[in-house]
Design a protein around this ligand. Structure first.
Ligand code: SF4
Length: 179
């Protein structure tokens, strides 16, 4: 599993109340845990993101959309869009797409990996996610389909078993996916 496409800067946000059995990062559940995201940390983040070889920002945790994170996260997303346009933003969350698609945050996200980690569906060979129930969602395409056509189902950037094609070393993944 990787934290998104390309070489990325990853910000882990404290706070999560999904309590998935088998979670790799239970230390991040406590919203008071971790290091303060102060001005110095913020500038370090933008310094790293400004490098040419960095594809973008990945938000992980914990859950970046934990209720106590939402206000500050929205401000950060707006700042990212303004200061470093063109870099992609990936979001990992334990919420389902259907629960979060109306949040203003989603206008600043390129890819969302949604849903809780389910141990019975765990698969270490999956490319972007930990368990098969999770979806790797093309957020702009999904928002357009939802807002313009009322589409309920999100648009995935590739099939759920992406790794099986990837593992064979073929180029099929490049033509069968929109990403
Ligand atoms: S949502 Fe993520 S961080 Fe939270 S309990 Fe589940 S796997 Fe752990």
């Amino acid at each position: 599993m990787k934290n998104g496409d390309g070489l990325r800067v990853v910000l882990w946000l404290s706070g999560c109340d999904h309590a998935c059995p088998g979670c790799q990062n239970p230390i991040t559940w406590d919203p008071a845990g971790g290091l303060p995201f102060d001005a110095a940390a913020r500038e370090e983040l933008f310094f790293l993101l400004s490098r040419d070889y960095i594809s973008g920002l990945t938000l992980s945790g914990g859950d970046p959309l934990y209720h106590g994170n939402r206000q500050e996260l929205l401000q950060l997303l707006q700042e990212v869009r303004t200061r470093i346009p063109g870099k992609t933003v990936w979001l990992y969350t334990g919420y389902l797409w259907e629960e979060i698609r109306d949040l203003p945050h989603m206008d600043y996200i390129d890819v969302c990996v949604d849903g809780p980690f389910l141990e019975k569906m765990k698969d270490n060979l999956l490319c972007w996610k930990g368990s098969k129930n999770q979806r790797v969602i093309d957020v702009p395409a999904s928002l357009s389909a939802y807002r313009e056509k009322g589409a309920d189902a999100p648009v995935s950037i590739h099939c759920p078993d992406y790794y099986q094609v990837y593992e064979k070393g073929t180029t099929a993944h490049a033509t069968s996916c929109t990403f």
